[in-house]
Design a protein around this ligand. Sequence first.
Ligand SMILES: Nc1ncnc2c1ncn2[C@@H]1O[C@H](COP(=O)(O)OP(=O)(O)OP(=O)(O)O)[C@@H](O)[C@H]1O
Length: 260
Amino acid sequence: MSVQLIACDVSVTLGKRKVLNAVSFEASKGEFLGLIGPNGAGKSTLLKTLAGLLCPDSGAIRFSRHNITDMSPQERARKIAYLPQARSVYWSVTARDIVALGRFAYGAPLTENPHDTAAIERGLKDAGADHLAKRPAAELSGGELARVHLARALAGETPLLLADEPIAALDPAHQMAVMTLLKTKSSEGGLVIAALHDLSLAARYCSRLIVLKEGSIASDGAPGDVLRPSLLKSAFSVDGTIVERAGHIDLTLQPIDHSV
Ligand SMILES: Nc1ncnc2c1ncn2[C@@H]1O[C@H](COP(=O)(O)OP(=O)(O)OP(=O)(O)O)[C@@H](O)[C@H]1O
């Protein structure tokens, strides 16, 4: 696999806090990379930095041989889709209007051509949101709106998709549908990086996991290699039982028993 994304010694300070500390990794097309770690570990900050929305204090990020900070916003938007964690909509626009913003780098919605229309409709369908297209976005439930925003990210047809907690608001069936979709997007040649809190789903669907802890990479590798009891304890402060069967990893998590 050819390396597509390189993050080299990336450090980010927000306010007075050093939130990312010399983060380095490489990723290739075809990977579905789960970014996991406890609250405040720096997952959203890393995704925003990879998207070019935050500027690192030091270090560099290259995607498709281009330095992210040298790319124009339009070039970035044609290569990188970013699904943020916060998804509220207060304007009187339809769900389809939101999805059409995914084609903004190509001139839509002002000049929507047949390719834009097809990408918007495919995004809505893939995200399971086609039936919501005409609904006012401000009236949608949290899970419905999450799927509409995912459709917006998909409509850009970018080679890199950065998704911050794409399944957080979803019911179990939609969680699995979205994880299957992201896995499919990567196996079709895309690179997908998603911040996730559900370790079981991350283990089942992602090809690789990166664990962030206090702004640094604590572990990086195949789910079965990363999710070990010692890592669950040190990074997530939980006790975990891990069973691998038929290519799947089953995780059972419980609070650390301090009495033993
Ligand atoms: N603008 C800011 N100024 C100062 N500190 C910030 C700012 N934004 C985020 N932080 C801090 O940076 C740290 C990392 O935040 P980040 O949102 O990246 O974590 P996360 O791993 O995505 O967490 P969560 O799982 O809770 O979403 C947190 O301690 C947070 O309080």
